[in-house]
Design a protein around this ligand. Structure first.
Ligand SMILES: [Zn+2]
Length: 343
């Protein structure tokens, strides 16, 4: 990243993403000042994106033709993707993950929360793949990997025995707990909530009571709408019940889930959500950035904070005709519009 930079344009400031004409000065990677200016350059300055749920290891099986249900494809220990991962040479796995992180970097995504399979070795392989990259992983390991990573990524409370003691050990080691819940039905949501998790993934079939608990207990939810549609666990804009989540006050982040089926491109995820729901554009943009709260340094643009910023040049294309930059960013944005990436 450029450690020192001065950028000017219409910036989406703070966690309210309020659009202001400003100049932003960055020194040593820190936002030193944000000053209002008159008639700035025609640029849109945004916080970088954060992908709140991925499995980038399964990049190795990208677009492999499959048929079968969710369980036979992605459930551990013997779902198709797990068999492929076990049969993949370490070098091939590392270079596939490296390529996917490089793609995320090009799209202006500064971080991602990955469920990393393969125990301690799996976590080590992801660290090697991310070495030297600007886009940084938050790693949720399993099968022992949770003890050397940022957290414990649990496939579903119904898949595992000894879960209680494993979670207790992970908690004692200071790890965070993230759990897939409610992906194909609602049966495993209450069980997941009983562990007081730091993050739930999917909640595609969550009921109102589950969501109210998430809101009341401050448990964020990472939704992955394209994955849900591609894997056939929903065909309805009401699942995941994202409008209900927002109405109830849940914190909702966006993720792209399995790289095997879904390109980890949050611009597409935001556009899809804007096409199938009635959520406001600003809410969707918040979801594409808000997962950065899982890191020590959320990406909101504020003085004194580390810069995690992207700059869109609307003059590069027809985006310059926009009457509503927030709507345009989430429905038409993409890596082809990015002029600068500062993270
Ligand atoms: Zn997942």
């Amino acid at each position: 990243m450029e450690n020192n930079a001065s950028i000017e344009g219409f910036a989406f400031l703070g966690d309210e993403l309020s659009l202001q004409p400003v100049r932003i000065d960055i020194e040593d990677g820190i936002i030193r000042s944000i000053e209002e200016v008159k008639n700035p350059r025609k640029r849109w300055i945004l916080p970088a994106l954060f992908n709140a749920h991925t499995h980038i290891g399964d990049t190795v099986a990208m677009d492999l033709p499959v048929d079968g249900d969710l369980e036979s494809i992605v459930s551990p220990p013997d779902g198709l993707k797990h068999r492929i991962l076990r049969a993949t040479e370490r070098d091939a796995l590392v270079s596939a993950m490296h390529a996917t992180i490089g793609f995320m970097e090009q799209t202006g995504c500064a971080g991602f929360a990955d469920f990393r399979e393969g125990g301690v070795e799996g976590v080590d392989a992801l660290r090697e793949a991310a070495d030297g990259m600007s886009t940084r992983p938050l790693i949720f390991g399993r099968e022992g990997g949770e003890l050397i990573s940022d957290g414990y990524g649990i496939s579903s409370v119904r898949d595992l025995h000894n879960l209680e003691s494993d979670i207790e050990t992970a908690r004692r080691a200071g790890r965070r707990i993230a759990i897939h819940a409610g992906e194909r039905d609602s049966d495993d949501i209450e069980g997941a909530l009983a562990y007081n998790p730091d993050l739930l993934i999917h909640c595609t079939h969550a009921r109102r009571n589950d969501l109210r608990r998430c809101a009341d207990e401050g448990i964020p939810i990472a939704i992955c709408p394209r994955s849900n549609w591609i894997l056939g666990v929903t065909r309805s804009p009401d699942h995941p019940p994202v409008c209900e989540m927002i109405d109830l006050g849940c914190r909702v982040f966006l993720g792209t889930d399995n790289a095997m089926f879904v390109q980890p491109d949050l611009w597409r995820e935001m556009a899809f959500l804007s096409e199938i729901t009635t959520l406001s554009a600003r809410t969707i943009l918040e979801m594409g950035i808000g997962g950065s709260a899982l890191t020590k340094d959320p990406y909101w643009i504020e003085e004194g904070k580390r810069a995690s910023i992207i700059e869109i040049n609307p003059e590069r294309s027809n985006l310059i005709c926009s009457r509503d930059p927030v709507r345009t960013v989430i429905s038409r944005g993409g890596s082809c519009h990015l002029d600068r990436i500062l993270f």
